[in-house]
Design a protein around this ligand. Structure first.
Ligand SMILES: Cc1ncc(COP(=O)(O)O)c(C=O)c1O
Length: 362
C-alpha cells in the first residue's frame, strides 16, 4: 500500500492510503537500490565508461541471451533505436495494430523512423504467421515494398498482458527470416511473460534479433531500459542514439546501479505480481456490471470491461474516491496492473472498492 498525496490522484483526499494500480511504473526503488545508488554516486562517470552501466549491459545482454546491450532512458527509446538500427527510411515495418509501438509510440515510426507501418489484426496481440507472410509479400500499386522489420510484443500490454510463447515467436520469426526481415520484440514486460510461461527469458527472446526490456516497471528501478541484440545492431543503435542526442547520459550510472539490483534480484518475484493479478481478476469477474476475460489474465495486467451504462471514466473516478487508482483504457475499459507495492490486502481492498464503484450500485 502506498501513502502519498500526489497531483495524479485526482478526486482523492490528500494524506490518504492509495492503492495505485494504474501501472507498474509507479514502483519505487527498494532499499537495496537506494543503497546501490548511494554507492554508485561516488564513482559515477560523467564522461563515459561508467562501471555500473558497463556491468548492467553485460548482465542484461547475458540474461536476454544476446551478444550486446545498450542502456537507454526509456523502453520507448529502446524500441525506437531498434527500428532505426534495423531499417532504412522508406522501408515497410509489419506490426500488430494495437501494440505499444503503434498505439503509444507511433509517431516515431513516421519521424525519425521514416517508416511505413503495415498494420495487422492479431488475436490477443499476435498476428498469424500467414498474415505476416501475406503482408510482406503484398504488392502496393504494382511494387512490393521492402519489409525490413517485423515487431512483436511480449507480454502484450493492450491485449491485457497476454503472453507470446516461444513456439508462436519462432513461427513468426521463421516467416520474417524467409523474407529477409529482422524481428524486434518489445519485451518491456518480458520478465513477467517468462515468469508466467515458466521459461527462461533468454529462451523466450532466443529467436528474435533485438529485444527491449524495461527496468522501470516490475523490476522497480527508477528509470531505464535495455536494448539487446547482436553487437552489429547494437552499434548501429548507439549511432542512432547519438543522432537523437541520447548518449550523453551523464551520471546515469547512479540509476543504472539500481537497475542492476532490479535485474539481478527482482525478476523472481514477478510471479507474485502475476498471481495477484489473477486473484484480483477472479474477484472482479464476479462483480455484476464488470467483465474480465480470465483466460487473458496471464501476467500482471487486468483489463476490465464495463458491461452496463457506466463509462470507464466514471468507474475509474469512483474507484479514485475510495483511494484505488486504475487507468481508463477506452470508454468501456479500465485497467489494473499489479506490482511490488501491491500486497494481498491491497488486492482485497481494490476488489471491494470495485464492487462499490460498479454500475449496479448507482
Ligand atoms: C509494452 C510496452 N512497451 C514499451 C513501453 C514504454 O516504456 P517507457 O515508459 O519506459 O518508455 C511500455 C510502457 O508502458 C509498454 O507497456
Amino acid at each position: 500500500m502506498t501513502a502519498h498525496g500526489c497531483a495524479n490522484c485526482a478526486g482523492v483526499a490528500p494524506d490518504h492510503d492509495v492503492i495505485d494500480l494504474r501501472s507498474d511504473v509507479v514502483t519505487t526503488p527498494t532499499e537495496a537500490m537506494w543503497e546501490a545508488m548511494r554507492r554508485a554516486a561516488t564513482r559515477a562517470q560523467p564522461f563515459g565508461d561508467d562501471p555500473s552501466i558497463g556491468e548492467l549491459v553485460e548482465v542484461g545482454a547475458s540474461l536476454l541471451g544476446k551478444e550486446a546491450a545498450l542502456y537507454v532512458p526509456t523502453c520507448s527509446m529502446a524500441n525506437l533505436l531498434a527500428l532505426m538500427a534495423t531499417t532504412e527510411p522508406g522501408d515497410q515495418v509489419v506490426l500488430e495494430s494495437t501494440m505499444h509501438i503503434v498505439w503509444s509510440e507511433g509517431w516515431s515510426l513516421a519521424h525519425p523512423g521514416g517508416l511505413f507501418p503495415r498494420l495487422l489484426n492479431g488475436i490477443r496481440g499476435v498476428p498469424t504467421p500467414q498474415d505476416v507472410a501475406d503482408a510482406i509479400a503484398a504488392p502496393r500499386f504494382g511494387r512490393t515494398p521492402r519489409t525490413s522489420l517485423v515487431c512483436l510484443e511480449n507480454s502484450h500490454n493492450n491485449a491485457g498482458g497476454t503472453v507470446l510463447t516461444q513456439t508462436q515467436t519462432m513461427a513468426i520469426v521463421e516467416v520474417a527470416r524467409r523474407h529477409g526481415a529482422a524481428v524486434h520484440l518489445d519485451g518491456a514486460r518480458i520478465l513477467n511473460a517468462a515468469a508466467a510461461l515458466r521459461v527462461s527469458v533468454s529462451r523466450l527472446a532466443e529467436a528474435v534479433d533485438t529485444v527491449s526490456v524495461s527496468l522501470n516497471k516490475g523490476l522497480s528501478a527508477p528509470e531505464g531500459a535495455l536494448l539487446c541484440g547482436p553487437r552489429r545492431i547494437i552499434d548501429r543503435a548507439r549511432r542512432a542514439a547519438e543522432r537523437l542526442g541520447a548518449t550523453s547520459l551523464h551520471k546515469a550510472g547512479i540509476a543504472a546501479a539500481a537497475a542492476l539490483v532490479g535485474l539481478t534480484t527482482m525478476a523472481d518475484r514477478l510471479a507474485d505480481d502475476n498471481n495477484r493479478a489473477a486473484s484480483l481478476a477472479k474477484r472482479i469477474s464476479e462483480i455484476p456490471g464488470l467483465a474480465v476475460d480470465l483466460t487473458a489474465v496471464q501476467t500482471n495486467i487486468v483489463l476490465i470491461e464495463l458491461t452496463g451504462v457506466m463509462t470507464a471514466a466514471a468507474f475509474v473516478a469512483r474507484l479514485a474516491e475510495q483511494g484505488v487508482l486504475a487507468l481508463m483504457r477506452s470508454p468501456r475499459h479500465a485497467r489494473f496492473v499489479t506490482h511490488r507495492l501491491i500486497d494481498d490486502a491491497d488486492v482485497a481492498r481494490a476488489a471491494e472498492a470495485a464492487a462499490r464503484a460498479a454500475p449496479q450500485t448507482t
